[in-house]
Unconditional design. Structure first.
Length: 547
């Protein structure tokens, strides 16, 4: 472990200029300006004992919705834990962004360093940190999930490349899935496609062995089983939301392909993506990254000084990522299942910058003298900072008390209207903050109501009615909600996405519980068994080492 202290210290020092804007007071604008709010509702759900968190009450205009049943929850668990433990919501959000940048450098160091030495690992770590799109993810888009998916992709590659890292590779795959649903799907699809192609190659060469197939199926099983509590219900229960309709309406992938020239240079901006070659945001790969990657491939062809698998994965990954961002790949986008959910072809920039950083580090392996190699790495890292650090700052910063990010109006209207796709498709969406929901059951003309308990997963009300009444509950319907009137299960009518129940005359106790469905229980069980199995294997191996 001591031998890694100096390389990691070097990465942290160079990373300072990438994260310093996150270390000052205030907050900054971004496209997905929901991150603080999501961390707040995650923290509240954790504090109330919900785990895994699926339903939140304050989003969805106050109707609540199952955002973390579908939207990658991992970075929000981290931010929610910080918030639950007393950190302010704004500081928690910035800390999650900061750690996402740093950990990307660390995992890239682990990937490249394990195969080409510490110096190459440091250069790869610094390159991935200072990739221009990394700055876009944080300071332009505010894409917390995609930022953290990038953290885990190097671990997936490491598991593919080296058998001794198989478990960590599977954990990395689970991390990608749990960080960002879309990139999780793409990564699994990419992995399966690469596995099939390589298996065909080995079969033709008569070198395909059963052990190879078993290893990669086990690798895939680890990642999918650890994350089954999330992706299994997400796939099974998506039809209860309006995700499909909103995706086709708001972001058609046909309008968001990248022009080839934009990879080399495109103007920096804080706007959005548009059809054509002029966008409000940059899709540049980084000139230094491209030059170093090109040099790395050329030098490898001359000296063969790096593992061929790393070169094949790097070159293949970069070229495939670039191709899928170009309009020439439209026929594949139209053919491949669920690709419309990706929305923006330029999301593949994540894979491109990982590949370029790997290949860029290959270039310094040609230097045999270790001290000279380190000097070159430090110089190139410093150059990366000088060239690209300017992108790692927001459009502007503003001062705003953290408490104002946590108000009902903020969560139930401003944040909710940015992302309301997890509500039922037919629910009436408020057009102003005054129309948002403040109580699950409002006072009626033929009944009175007293709210005794109201949390994310359980509410209890006392209703008094002279002649009985039909009562609407302003919590969006979703499988798992159970409604009790005086202790007896009652089946609600669902009208415009909201349940309506009948209560008898007199005083009644109405309770609503949010339980796991069968598919959620199955997913939870699979993930729990996978974790227990990994702990058992780890403990067994540790005992062997000690004895």
């Amino acid at each position: 472990m001591r031998r890694h202290v100096f390389p990691l210290l070097v990465i942290f020092i160079f990373a300072f200029w990438a994260v310093r804007s996150l270390m000052v007071d205030g907050y900054f604008p971004m496209h997905d300006d929901t991150q603080v709010g999501r961390i707040v509702v995650m923290g509240r759900a954790l504090r109330n004992g919900q785990f895994p968190v699926r339903w939140v009450s304050d989003l969805g205009y106050g109707y609540g919705y199952p955002i973390f049943n579908f939207y990658g929850p991992l970075p929000y668990y981290l931010g929610g834990a910080f918030y639950m433990l007393g950190m302010s919501s704004v500081v928690a959000a910035k800390t999650v962004f900061l750690l996402g940048i740093l950990f990307a450098g660390i995992t890239m160091y682990v990937l490249v360093g394990s195969m080409m030495g510490a110096a190459a690992g440091v250069l790869a770590g610094v390159l991935v940190i200072y990739a221009p799109y990394h700055a876009v993810q944080v300071f332009v888009r505010g894409a917390m999930g995609e930022l953290w998916a990038l953290v885990f992709i190097p671990l997936v590659i490491l598991g593919i490349m080296q058998k001794r890292w198989a478990v960590w590779g599977g954990i990395g795959l689970a991390g990608v899935i749990l960080s960002h649903t879309i990139l999780g799907y793409v990564t699994v699809l990419w992995y399966i496609a690469a596995l099939l192609l390589y298996s065909i190659y080995l079969l033709v060469k008569k070198q395909l062995h059963l052990s190879f197939i078993i290893y990669h199926l086990s690798f895939l099983a680890i990642g999918l089983s650890l994350s089954a509590f999330f992706w299994l219900p997400a796939m099974a229960e998506m039809g209860w939301t309006s995700v499909a309709g909103q995706i086709s309406a708001t972001a058609d992938y046909r309008n968001h392909f990248v022009c080839l020239s934009q990879f080399w240079n495109s103007l920096w901006g804080f706007g959005g993506s548009a059809a054509g070659c002029i966008d409000g945001m940059s899709f540049k790969l980084g000139k230094l990254h491209i030059v170093l990657a090109f040099a790395g491939v050329l030098l490898w062809g001359w000296r063969r000084h790096a593992p061929i698998g790393l070169i094949v994965l790097g070159v293949g990954g970069v070229l495939a990522a670039i191709f899928f961002m170009l309009r020439e790949s439209l026929f594949l986008w139209n053919m491949l299942p669920f690709f419309s959910y990706i929305q923006y072809p330029w999301r593949f920039l994540t894979y491109a910058i990982v590949g370029l950083s790997m290949l860029g580090a290959v270039s310094i392996r040609v230097i045999k003298h270790v001290r000279v190699r380190w000097i070159v790495v430090l110089l190139l890292s410093a150059f990366a900072v000088v060239v690209n650090a300017k992108w790692f700052s927001p459009q502007f910063a503003y001062q705003r008390p953290a408490e104002t990010f946590e108000t009902d109006e903020e969560l139930r209207f401003r944040v909710s209207k940015i992302s309301d796709e997890y509500l039922p498709h037919d629910i009436v969406r408020p057009t102003s903050a005054l129309q948002t929901i403040s109580q699950p059951i409002i006072q009626g003309t033929d009944y009175t109501v007293e709210t005794e308990v109201d949390t994310e997963t359980y509410s209890r009300f006392v209703l008094t009615s002279n002649a009985g009444a039909f009562v609407r509950i302003d919590k969006a319907y979703f499988p798992g909600w159970v409604y009790l009137v005086n202790g007896k299960n009652t089946q609600p009518k669902i009208i415009n996405g909201l349940p309506e129940i009948q209560v008898p005359s007199g005083t009644s106790v109405v309770e609503i519980h949010f339980y796991n469905t069968s598919v959620r229980n199955v997913g939870n069980l699979i993930s729990a068994l996978a974790m227990l199995t990994l702990f058992f294997i780890y403990g067994k191996n540790k005992t062997k080492i000690i004895t």
